[in-house]
Write a protein that binds this ligand. Sequence first.
Ligand code: NA7
Length: 293
Amino acid sequence: MEQIAYLGLGTMGSGMATNLVKAGYPVTVWNRTAEKCDPLVAMGATEASSPAEAAADVNVVMYCLSNDEAVGSVIYSDNGILAGAHSGQIAVDMSTVHPDTSRREAEAYQERGVEFLDAPVFGSKDEAREGGLWVVVGGNEGVFDHMRPVFQALSASVHYMGGTGMGTSMKLVGNLIVAAQMEAVGEALILGKKAGLDLNQVMDVLDVVDFRSPLISGVGRSLVQRDFRTSFALRHMLKDANLIARLAEELRSPIPESAAVRETLKAAVNQGWGEENASALVKALEKQADTML
Ligand code: NA7
């Protein structure tokens, strides 16, 4: 059985690491804010004092960190993963980062004889806790096959997308749609409110018409209840919108709608709502509309 180090115990990482422990894997954990290791240690995980120490005695190093900068710091700093990594290991980045960041990681690990997979996930807090995530993976297919049981321990489904960077590319493609749908639901409900509709009735109709979706339903219902508890932070959604804009510009791919959504996300973060759920982008629309749902 693989011995696994899991680094980054935020909203997503804590759920994933918990499911690995539950599946019986020996897990070593590390988090910048050390207290977040406590629940995992109580379940039987071992706590490491640095990424290098966490990586030293395991076969597999997995991590889920805020953004590209956090990933860089945890890998390349003095006590980072590379300082403890050794030939024959597998490193798996489950953060949502730019595909170029994934490719740089792969190169750095290759110099040390370490295999690398980029494996970001769809789903948020509940799916992470319940092992119901959807994993999209880039890298060597043989390494992916080897890691499949580990991914299955924390997810509902696993998808191999191609070489290094294809997992993170897929994640940005998917989140382009997530962000656009959130904005569309917010705009639609505000228009419905202004038109005098009962928003619960609006949601009842949106739940049965042929364009219904779990995302429209979940986001719409939570907006009507003004429930902005964080399962995926608004600041991460803006980070993803920025990554999508950068990738689209590099690849000369048109994203006019995403550009508009990015402005809404920026406005909402600038208002100080970045720690709230991504659906709090509606508050920026409410401000423009001079009304509340
Ligand atoms: P969270 O809940 O904000 O957690 C972020 C994690 O990243 C958390 O463990 C942080 O440690 C860690 N982090 C952030 N910056 C650093 C630096 N500079 N060094 C070390 N560790 C750091 O995010 P989620 O779990 O919702 O999402 C994680 C990723 O998945 C992200 O890419 C999403 O878009 C998808 P802390 O606890 O703050 O010390």
